[in-house]
Design a protein around this ligand. Sequence first.
Ligand SMILES: [Zn+2]
Length: 318
Amino acid sequence: MDIGGSKTEAVALDDTGAIVASTRLPSAQGPAGVLRTAEQVVEDLARRTDRGVDEFVSVGVGIPGQVDRDRGEVRGAYNLGIDLLPLRERLRERTGLPVGIENDVTAAAVGAAHLMGLSGTVAYLNLGTGLAAGYVVDGRPLRGAHGVAGEIGHLPVDPLARPCPCGQLGCLETVASGSALRSSWPAGGAHPGHTLLAAVDSGDEEARAAFDHLVRGAAASVRLLVLALDPDTVVIGGGLRLLGPRLFDGLRATLDRWSTDSPFLARLELSPRVQVLPEDSSAAAVGAALAVAGDDPAGAFGASSGVGRSAKRPACRA
Ligand SMILES: [Zn+2]
């Protein structure tokens, strides 16, 4: 499941990693609310697959904030009202199932690589309220020594040097994210992504500047990912996808323009590496299930012992 600030999305996967059921509920706030919602989506998936909850093999949870996989704890998921939650243990108590937790962007990276059939090294760039990346190498998440890999949103790049909540100035996240758009185009209100392009088309100069700024920041993020990781593919996902083809075309055009000016960048073939996550993809929920299943070699897909607790039917993962 993918627990987001507004909704919790969950899928049930069969032994091949195919989606056999899905569900979506509004996310309740606070530790108790998050746990209640998580338990409800597991029960809902059991109903939809005509199983008992105890027939699921494992539950993988993708959630924002600092995810300590060793302790099974989530810290600082402020858009969910969570300061500290021992999510793994609490959800295990409620469902009776093995639970694993994963950073939501890393989960989305794993799910995107799986659903889009991408092999090799994949970088997933999440342009949402914030900006962060997740990495997958040969189907396995790359998390770094302390789970910090992918926090590229806090690389200072912008000479405008707007303050970032992290305490630095001019971070990528202050340039290319939903929150950046809110501050660079205040006239757009709380959800500027929905009205930005109409304002650009009507000749609003501030909207145009905000859009151009956003496109440059997104392109700079792709360039950074290529230079840092040399991925085969950079997948773009996140809420700002609602800006559609104009964002991606602008991003690719910006990369191509930079490459015209730099033989070095031209050789890196930046824009051909960029792909867009299909709309309505359940990448984060799928990736959470896969990443957690992959932690247990005996339970990994394709392993001969990959059967559920009940031998009556094939294994199923939520
Ligand atoms: Zn920052």
